[in-house]
Ligand binder design. Structure first.
Ligand SMILES: [Zn+2]
Length: 350
């Protein structure tokens, strides 16, 4: 029963996931973490060459398949240059604004897996020194990392083992409030990965067989556009991406319901599948919003672009201030988990 959805377990899973750095391109550790969870449930997993994780639940009907995905990769950065003053210049991984990471603590991982901490700052930060501290442009040239080591030159930094190409991840600063809010970076899309993990666990505990063989891909390249566009078996008819719902002016999505996407930058999602998700929500008293995301693409649209013939859909929890200071509420997680659960057990009639 979807009544068994446990938001405490979901938020615990989220805390675990966001605490493991995983910018796109460096996701091995977090994938291993999810893999261990599935293995503990007694599930067999597979890895693709890109590093993503696949789990298949066999269904009563093995001729028609479903495919669901959520992505575990996040925004981040890479060392682009070591400056003569011992600070690091960054290049972005994924799409965000520099002002959304200004002041954030970060971690630098060297090629030989040494970890250093630092802070992402404007070069002109000190108001006692820089007259233009407030209005200097937040860009690649002015944003730099102050490493928490005694370094004053490029040579000092190199001696630590830090070099161009090292991954830089942002402190998630995860907090779960008494009022039920989950505040953290990277809720996009680790909140959805946690939802898939939890729903798979519920299904496993129930021991019921799904109506259709269903594949789950924990994708690791979504933020850079090509996470879930491969490893889709020929029998797959429906492809559902579980990824964040976008909140802002004019949006219906909020932090308390599940968002069902009608259209994003890639165009409309499959109408039949969207209606099916809407009907399931109505039948099961799941609170939902139909919405349009103006600047957005998903692994489902990536799969369509890659040439797969699928009915594609997109649902997810509402995430405020996405790709920046993200937040959602446990009720949005609850409704999203319940919709995933009922969808998995539903007939394929879209
Ligand atoms: Zn996402």
């Amino acid at each position: 029963m979807s009544q068994k959805v446990n938001t405490k377990e979901i938020t615990d899973l989220i805390r675990g996931l966001v605490s493991i750095p995983s910018p796109s391109g460096n996701t091995e550790q977090v994938i291993r973490h999810v893999d261990e969870y599935f293995n503990k449930l007694g599930l067999e997993t597979k890895r693709n060459h890109k590093g993503g994780l696949l789990v298949t639940l066999p269904g009563e009907n093995d001729d028609r398949h479903r495919f669901l995905t959520a992505h575990v990769d996040t925004l981040g950065a890479m060392v682009k240059e070591i400056k003569p003053n011992g600070r690091l210049k960054l290049t972005m991984i994924g799409g965000f604004r520099w002002n959304h990471v200004e002041g954030e603590y970060c971690q630098i991982e060297t090629a030989d897996n040494k970890l250093f901490t630092g802070t992402i700052l404007m070069h002109q930060t000190s108001v006692h020194v820089y007259k233009e501290a407030g209005n200097a442009k937040r860009d690649e040239n002015n944003i730099e990392v102050r490493i928490d080591e005694r370094v004053e030159s490029e040579q000092d930094v190199k001696e630590l083992g830090i070099s161009v190409g090292d991954f830089v991840s942002f402190d998630p600063r995860v907090e779960i409030t008494e009022s039920g809010f989950v505040k953290s970076r990277h809720l996009d899309d680790k909140a959805s990965v946690a939802l898939l993990m939890h729903v798979i666990k519920l299904l496993k505990e129930e021991g019921t067989k799904l109506p259709f063989t269903t594949h789950f891909l924990i994708s690791n390249n979504e933020e850079i556009g090509y996470g879930g566009n491969s490893n889709i078996p020929n029998e797959t008819e429906e492809y559902l991406a579980v990824d964040m719902g976008a909140i802002g002016d004019g949006q219906t999505t909020d932090e308390f319901t599940v968002s069902i996407c009608a259209k994003d930058s890639s165009g409309p999602y499959h109408l039949g599948l969207r209606k099916h998700l809407e009907n399931l929500s109505k039948e099961n008293h799941i609170e939902y919003r139909i919405d349009i995301y103006p600047y957005y693409g998903s692994d489902a649209s990536a799969a369509i672009r890659a040439g797969f013939d699928l009915k594609h859909g997109l649902i997810g929890p509402g995430i405020d201030a996405s790709h920046a200071f993200e937040r959602t509420h446990e009720t949005s997680l609850l409704h999203t988990a319940r919709l995933i659960y009922h969808y998995l057990k539903s007939d394929m009639n879209s």
